[in-house]
Design a binder for this molecule. Structure first.
Ligand code: AP5
Ligand code: MG
Length: 212
């Protein structure tokens, strides 16, 4: 099964992917996480990407496409693509990858939020360096150590108010063409992310299960 999760910054793609991965036994591939791993390695490419991502900009299409191609080559089980495709060019490249593997998309879910909710959520997001868990200080107690694995808690470098503003602007520019690309397809669903994580999860899984 190949699922795609699209949507605005902070819409809950990572939160939902963590739940969907358990339910459907899928591998979670976030291009944002893969790009941050490249940055952490401090390779020449990583150093260039850091400047772009910290400012809330998009990585070049060919970099994102290559990261996903590599995963498709190595992965025999199902995949959740979180944050890919993000442009029409990426959507076309994804279709080519699927064609060459004889695969089809099970669902493309777009989760959206109003700007004020995005800003509120992202200024309160905290993550774990150990297990990657995502928390929010507005809805739970988050200390310096992760309550699941004891790992160090941190704030993302692109969760600054300026970078979040830029990410929202870019999302709005890219989301419309992508919507034109997927709208009308039976496997495409748009969801309002301003509900509890459980309510969003139910809406997503009801849709996926209804597709089978
Ligand atoms: P990426 O890491 O994908 O960032 P994003 O799209 O901005 O989305 P986020 O990860 O910030 O939010 P999310 O939707 O995962 O929300 P989360 O579950 O964490 O990409 C980062 C950057 O990499 C991009 O800006 C771009 O530069 C680059 N990039 C990535 N992919 C690329 C590509 N394909 N091509 C080119 N460049 C690319 O939740 C957010 C917060 O809300 C958390 O605190 C969470 O606890 C909380 N929360 C979640 N759900 C709920 C809920 N239902 N109710 C209340 N709180 C909730
Ligand atoms: Mg995410």
């Amino acid at each position: 099964m190949i699922l795609v999760l699209l949507g605005s910054p902070g819409a809950g793609k990572g939160t939902q992917a963590a739940m969907l991965k358990e339910k459907y036994n899928l591998k979670h591939i976030s291009t944002g996480n893969l790009l941050r791993e490249e940055i952490a390695k401090k390779t020449p490419l990583g150093l260039r990407l850091k400047v772009v991502l910290d400012n809330g900009g998009l990585a070049p299409d060919e970099v994102a496409v290559q990261l996903v191609q590599k995963v498709f080559e190595d992965e025999e089980h199902g995949i959740i693509l979180d944050g890919f495709p993000r442009t029409i060019r990426q959507a076309i490249e994804l279709d080519k990858m699927l064609d060459s593997l004889g695969e089809k998309l099970a669902a493309v879910i777009e989760i959206n939020l109003e700007d004020d909710v995005i800003i509120k959520r992202l200024s309160a997001r905290r993550l774990c360096r150990g297990c990657g868990s995502i928390f929010n200080i507005n809805s739970e107690e988050v200390g310096e150590k992760c309550k699941k694995c004891g790992g160090q808690i941190y704030t993302r470098d692109d969760d600054t108010p300026e970078a979040v503003k830029h990410r929202i602007e870019i999302f709005k520019t890219e989301a419309v063409p992508l919507w034109y690309y997927y709208r009308g397809k039976p496997f495409y669903k748009r969801i309002n992310g301003d509900k509890t994580p459980e309510a969003v999860f139910k809406e997503i899984t009801d849709f996926i299960d209804g597709q089978k």
